[in-house]
Design a protein around this ligand. Structure first.
Ligand SMILES: CC(C)(COP(=O)(O)OP(=O)(O)OC[C@H]1O[C@@H](n2cnc3c(N)ncnc32)[C@H](O)[C@@H]1OP(=O)(O)O)[C@@H](O)C(=O)NCCC(=O)NCCS
Length: 173
């Protein structure tokens, strides 16, 4: 069974392995900084006690949650884990009463763009030369407010604005 839970420092090595297989640009220290400064925006997907994916998001001005990084380990892709990580981080943004989720994705990363579109993100503009190798980035955004209203209407007061604990994903693996 796959679960989504908060990052713990003991996950660090596995996060770096997934990060290095997923991205050409690396900045390992960023992940520990994220944990120290923003630990409820750092979620991992766990299967049989192994970390198989992660998402990092944080609050930025303009009432927005920014998804900084999302990756799923090779061999575990196309099973809905990326989508579940996005839903979980959006839920955290909603508990913080943020109105939008946003992210930046490489222009050539059509697979991720298609997943984000399916999750309700809309391409907004292109940031020329955003990445260190000169590639353009596409900024995508999703409005959270209608869902947040739904969430508020359907969630007990004990849950808001507290943290989520674990989201069970046994339907996917
Ligand atoms: C982008 C990424 C995170 C997606 O993760 P994922 O777990 O494969 O995502 P999902 O499984 O939720 O969705 C991916 C595809 O699988 C399909 N899928 C989802 N559940 C499925 C299932 N049970 N069976 C078969 N296919 C399924 C989806 O339709 C989706 O297809 P689409 O992209 O054509 O719409 C992953 O490919 C990755 O780590 N890439 C490298 C890093 C990266 O690019 N990160 C994003 C940077 S912005």
């Amino acid at each position: 069974m796959v679960i989504i839970r908060y990052f713990e420092p003991s996950d660090f090595t596995e996060i770096l392995e997934i990060e290095s297989e997923a991205f050409s640009e690396h900045n390992p220290l960023l992940y520990m900084n994220f944990y120290e400064m923003n630990n409820d925006g750092f979620l991992v997907a766990e299967y049989n006690e192994y970390v198989i994916g992660f998402v990092v998001g944080y609050e930025i001005p303009s009432n927005e949650g920014r998804i900084f990084s999302l990756a799923v380990k090779e061999g575990f892709r196309s099973m809905g884990i990326g989508a579940k990580l996005i839903k979980a981080i959006n839920r955290i943004f909603i508990t913080r009463f943020l109105q939008y989720a946003s992210l930046e994705v490489r222009l050539t990363n059509k697979r991720a763009q298609s997943l984000y579109k399916r999750m309700g993100f809309v391409p907004c503009w292109v940031q020329h030369g955003y990445y260190s190798d000169g590639e353009d980035g596409v900024v995508m955004k999703k409005r959270l407010t209608p869902y947040s209203q739904h969430f508020l209407n359907n969630t007990s007061k004990n849950v808001l604005p507290g943290k989520i604990s674990k989201i069970y994903l046994d339907r996917f693996i």
